[in-house]
Design a binder for this molecule. Structure first.
Ligand SMILES: [Mn+2]
Length: 395
């Protein structure tokens, strides 16, 4: 790694922030069962405390995504308590995530439910979530709808699309100045025949229909196998419609594994498309980077630190791609040179530069070691073991 590369890595890391999910610190499991961790967070205060420790050792996680149903059960009334915790633990509230999939009334859908009373209830919940976001000074309301059907003929796909447009427009109308509505898509699960927002094209059309402050959210686990996610990212960037990411990795479906644990080159390629866009347009892509992972076996806090570290390394690798050489090779149709330009950057060991950046910013050179040496995990394991309420939540 030369000096020019080191400077690029430092500048790139200065601009990179990643949001942690409150639900990532709580006990989760699969539909077959849960293996509870004594140190898992079961209250909103514990989630803020854990996120605060990840931020303390990494320095790049200043915000915590909140889930309205799990974190703000009293609605906007809970926001004063959240503000207090935010100040106490040094982590701001991040994206606000409404919950349109857990209540019994959503058995046959939320925005796409044939019952107008349920559609109204879903709309009201999103409006309440927007009010919470305003009270907490949060920009993004991140919407994922589980709506879909399991059997052919059981749902009117076009009718449901129209209901979605109505509800998204109503939600968009409730946004305050500067707020955004992020529309997430997913091809299947929990619905296994059709999902109302099944891919990026549907999400893009619905976001456009919703209004000017709506954008698409790309959850890396929400694609069919082998889908070219970086191409989707490139198209959304070109359309000025990429609002944010939910990062995770997977081997089969929406596995919610640690980012880059299965296919780090794919994450690199996604970051590369963003960096190339910024290089060519001369403007910063306004993207909310967020983690959406569920660690069933790994320790929650260590898994988050590992995720953030990997994200930084892959972002740094994408930052040192030689754009001029790449663009030149592409224009000459020099395929091998163009491909090698990406491979060279990916193969570069950026860890020393990332480490130097941390030291220069007054952060621990090795966040995982710093966390392990802090004694925090031992302390909360003992404390929480005595008060364990057994509260769980799913991501
Ligand atoms: Mn997600």
């Amino acid at each position: 790694m030369n000096t020019r590369h080191a400077d690029i890595v430092h500048a790139a890391l200065d601009s990179f922030r990643i949001e942690l999910p409150s639900w990532g610190f709580a006990n989760t499991g699969t539909r077959f069962g849960k293996f509870l961790q004594l140190a898992a967070a079961s209250t909103i205060e514990e989630k803020f405390s854990d996120a605060g420790h990840v931020h303390a050792v990494t320095g790049v996680c200043p915000t915590l995504a909140l889930h309205v149903l799990w974190d703000l059960p009293e609605g906007v009334v809970s926001s004063d308590e959240v503000k207090r915790l935010s100040a106490k633990y040094g982590v701001r509230s991040g994206s606000i995530n409404p919950n349109l999939f857990q209540d019994q009334q959503y058995k046959f859908g939320s925005f796409g439910n044939p019952d107008p009373i349920v559609r109204d209830a879903a709309r009201q919940h999103v409006k309440d979530s927007i009010a919470i976001a305003r009270a907490l000074d949060c920009r993004d309301i991140s919407l994922w709808c589980a709506d879909g059907s399991n059997y052919p003929g059981s749902a009117n796909i076009r009718q449901r699309r129209a209901w979605f447009i109505e509800s998204l427009q109503a939600s968009h109308a409730a946004l305050g100045a500067g707020q955004r509505l992020l529309v997430e898509y997913k091809p299947f699960e929990p619905a296994f025949y059709h999902t109302d927002i099944g891919d990026w094209g549907m999400a893009l059309l619905l976001a456009r229909a919703a209004g000017p402050a709506a954008r698409v959210l790309v959850d890396t686990g929400h694609h069919y196998l082998s889908q070219n996610i970086e191409q989707i990212v490139a198209w959304l960037l070109a359309e000025d419609m990429l609002g944010g990411f939910h990062f995770n990795d997977r081997r089969y479906a929406d596995d919610d594994l640690t980012l880059g644990s299965i296919d780090p080159y794919q994450v690199f390629r996604i970051f590369h498309e963003i960096r190339l866009f910024e290089h060519e347009t001369g403007r910063r892509a306004d993207i909310a980077y967020m983690v959406d992972q569920s660690h069933n076996l790994k320790g929650k806090i260590e898994a988050m630190i590992q995720t953030v570290t990997i994200a930084q390394e892959l972002f740094a690798k994408a930052a040192i791609v030689d754009h001029a050489a790449l663009i030149g090779a592409q224009r000459r149709s020099d395929i091998v040179r163009a491909e090698a330009t990406l491979q060279d950057a990916f193969a570069t060991d950026v860890r020393p530069a990332v480490r130097d950046w941390r030291v220069a910013r007054g952060l621990p050179p090795d966040p995982m070691e710093a966390f392990r040496e802090s004694g925090y995990l031992e302390r909360i394991t003992a404390e929480r073991a005595s008060t364990r309420a057994g509260t769980t939540s799913y991501a």
